[in-house]
Design a protein around this ligand. Sequence first.
Ligand code: FAD
Length: 292
Amino acid sequence: MKASAFSYARATSVGNALELLAAHGDGAKVLSGGQSLMPAMNLRLITPELLIDIGDLGELRGIDLAGGVLRIGALTRHVELLNSAEIGGHAPLLSEAIAHVAHPAIRNKGTLGGSLAHADPASELPACMLALNAAIVVRGRTGERRIAAKDFFTGIYQTALAADELLVAVELPAVQQDSVHFFHEFARRHGDYAIVGLAAQAIVRGGTFADLRIALFAVGDRPVLADVTARLTSVAITPALLSDAAAALAEELDPQEDQQASVAMRRHLAKVLLVRGVSALLGRPELAGVLG
Ligand SMILES: Cc1cc2nc3c(=O)[nH]c(=O)nc-3n(C[C@H](O)[C@H](O)[C@H](O)COP(=O)(O)OP(=O)(O)OC[C@H]3O[C@@H](n4cnc5c(N)ncnc54)[C@H](O)[C@@H]3O)c2cc1C
């Protein structure tokens, strides 16, 4: 199937893109890498009247580190994140996660901003934004606002972005020296969307978590920042404590059934990932077997 007829405009500046968005409202769609938008249009799941191509807007591209904050432009492509020494050094969780996003052809075109604005609940990068405590920077005609990642994703393919706003950048605190991270997803094949996945960023001091942020994806209508981490922070982790935390996590989640997995399977896989993640982050392999 082919997309229904649409008009096309190449934005000449961020201001121009915002004017076009304001003029056309819900009838317009921003085009970044096109890796999610074009398939959806070709399947006629969406039929925008106007595509606003922001691909020429160089100011939305690039990675900068200043004052302990990494600012990544929305148009920065997956492949650029994967190959970036700044990301590898200051947000290594992201480097590891990107390698699981689709395949090289898609990573060569797809962008960070597109992935976050698309808000697929099975996507890796939205969950990483939660684990990394990111701020999503969006711009409208009246100015910019920063939205905490935990408030940005509001449902399946739904975000806090207004129809007349552009996602312009992401800001991440650069990780501290004693930070550790963990990323794993269950997928049928490498590069497929996850059946269940987990991204974690932690600070470990004296064998306990001084800070722990765990985000799960493909476990509901949006990525989830696990509340259960409160039970695991600033305490000595015993097998019993970890087993109880895994059970509590399964209760906390509201997964959905689809062709890939049942609700029970998703809850079970989330528990397995939590246990493996905590074991790996603490460097305590004996904890990996607590679920029996
Ligand atoms: C075969 C296949 C496999 C894939 N596998 C995975 C996978 O495993 N994991 C994964 O995470 N993704 C996967 N993807 C999606 C891919 O990562 C996309 O690149 C990404 O979701 C969207 O980025 P994009 O730049 O191509 O956005 P586009 O397709 O251009 O846009 C996506 C949506 O975001 C909006 N948008 C884009 N940029 C902005 C902006 N700056 N401000 C406001 N709105 C904006 C668009 O209007 C559109 O609604 C896959 C895609 C394909 C085709």
